[in-house]
Design a binder for this molecule. Structure first.
Ligand code: SF4
Length: 334
């Protein structure tokens, strides 16, 4: 195992691009001198359950195509109910003011569990019929997560999905070779000003633009099984934000010019909604985000993707801006 995934990391944490260098094993977190994510070395999880709202090739879809009029990610569209075995980790290395999982990511809602308990959760989700183990925002706990995966390596037969904000060190991605089968990164911003304003990460694109090609290099082209479920590969998610369509279009051009043809899938998302999140003080500072995207905004981005030939993957319909995509965070399955 490479050192970046060793438990020594917790003593001078460099797991994500912030490279805080703090000791997460005790004193500094307790005294308020914590890293950006404010997480200790004890894994915390907010929910571990089957989830039907991911892309059809993750949540289950007989043919990858939704019935007419259905959002591409809806259970009705997928037609299969087992779902993705999602494990929502508490805390986050980004600070997105519009996060749909705000209580989990910003307020670190969750329950502390041991590495053995985490491993047992993976096996239980598999027994419940999960099509994959979907690690949602796990970077801050990686030394523990890989140990849990090692404990079940001989019994886990479903793929492991790394569901992240795209803000990763390429070194961390490389170290996860052999642990992760499917990468599910966001690609949120091209512009550092936007990335700083909304996610407190001016260097977001600098890192995401290196991490994502590394993910693709590790998995190669997407591999589906006979049921249309993804066994390995990379899905790059991009959610269009209010007032930021030109940034979305710049990202699409970057993807076209820099990511290898046929080696990845695009998931273009229209589901941004401020509902509920507007109560959080951070989003109140950005009133321009207090609306859904317009049809014009989404269609201009969608049409750009089509014009560029970026059609391998999933494109949500504009009607997909629904809060039901966010599951209840009530410690289910933890
Ligand atoms: S995982 Fe947390 S403590 Fe470690 S470098 Fe990233 S933000 Fe800092």
């Amino acid at each position: 195992m490479t050192s970046i995934l060793s438990e020594e990391q917790y003593k001078s944490c460099q797991l994500c691009p912030r490279r805080c260098g703090v000791d997460r094993t005790g004193g500094q977190v307790a005294s308020g001198h914590s890293g950006f994510c404010r997480c200790t070395d004890h894994v915390m999880v907010a929910r571990a359950a089957l989830h039907q709202w991911e892309e059809p090739c993750l949540s289950g879809s007989p043919d990858g195509l939704p019935p007419a009029g259905e959002p591409v990610n809806s259970p009705a569209a997928t037609g299969v109910s087992h779902g993705s075995g999602t494990v929502f980790f508490s805390g986050c290395t980004l600070g997105c003011c519009f996060c749909q999982n705000y209580p989990v990511s910003h307020e670190r809602f969750g329950k502390e569990i041991t590495i053995r308990q985490l491993a047992d959760i993976f096996l239980r989700l598999q027994d419940e019929g999960a099509f994959n183990i979907n690690l949602v925002t796990a970077t801050q706990y990686l030394p523990s997560v890989v140990r849990a995966l090692e404990l079940v390596r001989n019994r886990l037969t479903i793929p492991v999905v790394y569901n992240c904000g795209g803000y990763e060190r390429p070194e961390t991605v490389r170290a996860l070779t052999g642990y992760v089968d499917i990468w599910l990164p966001d690609l949120k911003y091209f512009d550092p000003t936007l990335a700083s304003r909304y996610s407190q990460a001016a260097n977001y694109f600098l890192y995401a633009s290196r991490a994502i090609p590394q993910m693709i290099a590790q998995t190669g082209a997407p591999v589906m099984d006979e049921n249309g479920l993804l066994r390995s590969g990379v899905i790059v998610r991009h959610m269009v934000l209010p007032g930021a369509r030109t940034d979305s279009i710049r990202l699409l051009h970057w993807m076209k010019e820099n990511l290898p043809v046929g080696q990845w899938l695009l998931s273009l998302m229209s589901q941004y909604t401020p509902a509920g999140d507007i109560l959080h003080s951070s989003i109140r500072r950005f009133p321009e985000l207090n609306r859904r995207i317009t049809t014009f905004e989404y269609e201009s981005v969608l049409n750009t993707a089509i014009d560029l030939g970026l059609t391998a993957g999933y494109m949500q319909q504009k009607s997909s801006a629904k809060e039901e995509y966010t599951p209840p965070f009530d410690l289910t399955g933890v």
